[in-house]
Ligand binder design. Sequence first.
Ligand code: Z5A
Length: 208
Amino acid sequence: MIQGRPGFFSLEGVDGSGKTTQLALLADRLRTMGREVVTVREPGGTPVSDKIRQLILSPENPIVPSAELLLFSAARAQLVAQVIQPALEAGKVVLADRFGWSTLAYQGYGRGMDFGPIRELFRIACGDVWPLHSFLLDLPIHSMRDRLAAGGRPADRMESESAPFFERVRLGYLSIAAENPDRFTVIDGGQAAETVQQAILSKLLPLL
Ligand code: Z5A
């Protein structure tokens, strides 16, 4: 596995686990400490990556698993080259709402694709750019469904997947974290947002 880059952190978890909420809180906190912070969301974050995002998430387009894997990887390659690598080289902190671990969880565990080619695509898309540490916000799938329903917007192509798919993704994440204990902090995403934020900060601040 690629070594982690100082200053680069990602948030991971199933939909609705609170990544976007926590990333905004974290970015604000680090900025008040005087750090320059770049936030990114995958897939997306460059003109090409944003177009790929629309393509992947649109419910109108059936996409076969191999094409889906390649599209997420292409979006990531652009994001790494155009945004993440330059920001890290400039000494900025990069906070990512999802990164490669999402591909292992969703395309690997969720879709059942082989891990070997997925890891090879990480090498092609990311080079040596990988998060130093990642935070898995773990949430039961019924809570994920409740949060998404409360949000009230129509489900996108990925969100329309079956409950067993999301169970595989959730368990996949927990396996990945267990296999990479130095790279992951697992946090109960069902706790109050302030409690989750404190758990993130207590691990992240000493790593800066
Ligand atoms: N995907 C993939 O398959 N392979 C890949 O390699 C990559 C991605 C990179 C991208 O979706 C989809 O692509 C995603 C994985 C797949 N699909 N699925 N399924 P996205 O970018 O549109 O969205 P997301 O990342 O999956 O999640 P999200 O909907 O943005 O949710 P979130 O960021 O984790 O949570 P949130 O927006 O902060 O919170 C959701 C709601 O819960 C909201 O109403 C909050 O107010 C509420 N919330 C947040 N925290 C709490 C707490 N602590 N308590 C109670 N309520 C809370």
